[in-house]
Design a protein. Sequence first.
Length: 459
Amino acid sequence: MVSALHRAQQRRSEALQEVHGAKQFGDLLRTLRFRRGMTQIQLADLSTVSVRAIRDLELGRTGQPRQATTQLIADGLGLTGRDRADFDAAAGHQAVTDTFQLIRDSEFARPPLSLNAIVGRDAEAHALADMLTSARLRLVAITGLSGIGKSRLALEVAELLHCSHGIPVLWSAPPEVQTPYLAAPVQGQLSGLIRHALDALFDPVGDSANRLSTLIGDQPTLLVLDGYDDVQAPADHLIPLLQKARGLRILRTVRRSGGMPGEQTSPLSPLSVPETGRGHSPDRLAEVSSVRMLVSRIRLVRPDFTLTAANAEAVAEICRRLDGVPAALEMAAPWLLVCEPQDLLTQVRADPFVVIGQPASDVGKPGLNTVLDEVVTLLPEAERTLMEHLITVEASMSITESAQLSGLSVATCGALVRRLVVHGVLRHEAGETMRFRVLNLIRHLPGYGSAARRFAAAT
């Protein structure tokens, strides 16, 4: 009898404590909402929690709220640091110190799945991974032409950081960008929070950096922004995010960067190509990055294809004339299903853009000729003038030779050559000395090749 009475009193005491705790939480919730000038409807829209649930919580009509509900409301209120911890404690939960571990274990913490093996980018991948870890650089941009392999390199770097260092990777791309590397699908409440935070990252309204920084805190995390330009991902959004989340590293892929404060730019060049001249043995040729990529893609349509003494020279010249640009090599490879390398080379010599025109699956996506034409058109006058000098010479040139040809000082010419390399108009040539050459594809741009020839005749 006494025992039953004691249990009843204990249950009543626990119920009173629960009601008292709910009332305290409701008062805090209402106070925080008022401080931010929000109505219950506005908070409901930001947090995705219903208006009725928010009203019941503020009135103390419900018991201890679920932790997922608390996180959504705190995210909607934009709570961080001590405010977030106090809010979680008032709700009867521990401060959200385990959120980062949950993120680490979620699908969103893993890089997208790679669709093929990367070729010829080991040095670049390890250098970038070292920048983001050992060198502690926090904002790095991979720049270069469309089709040069920026996204695939960023994925390789993300995999290195995730697998070797256990760093969670969040991947985001603009909705309009066509990319095979997509983030994990939304599965569960936490994935929804992460997706919502990434989508709101560049929202011009409100303090968008708060949402993501609240989730990751100061823990080591890599955010890959694949294909955002400087307008879509402005510095006034990224810099505050880096300040709030002190363990965050951001890796961007962008055609050209305007130069954000503290950003390290890493220009991505085409793959190495065989040296000019004959006498390439199949074994040595197979070690050249562009040849390895072309042959690997050819074998997708012709599994029995091998490099031989009979086709080695044609394969080498195809790679040179396509400048070692990965997208160009991938589009050229399927032609080997219906022709031999020498036949393909004949067409590439005549007009490479017939060979590397856009496949049906990429309708609406600009082709390489459009991309290159835009790059050339947007070059500043001094850079375009130097390129027009260099395009008249078939051979590669050093800085000194380029200065003699253009009439510029070595220092001025060197600065312009560097900018042309960053823009992707020039490529390095293999050899003991540093030499450069205008991309062969630029020489074949409709209207531009003839203009270059007229320029050469005039000089």
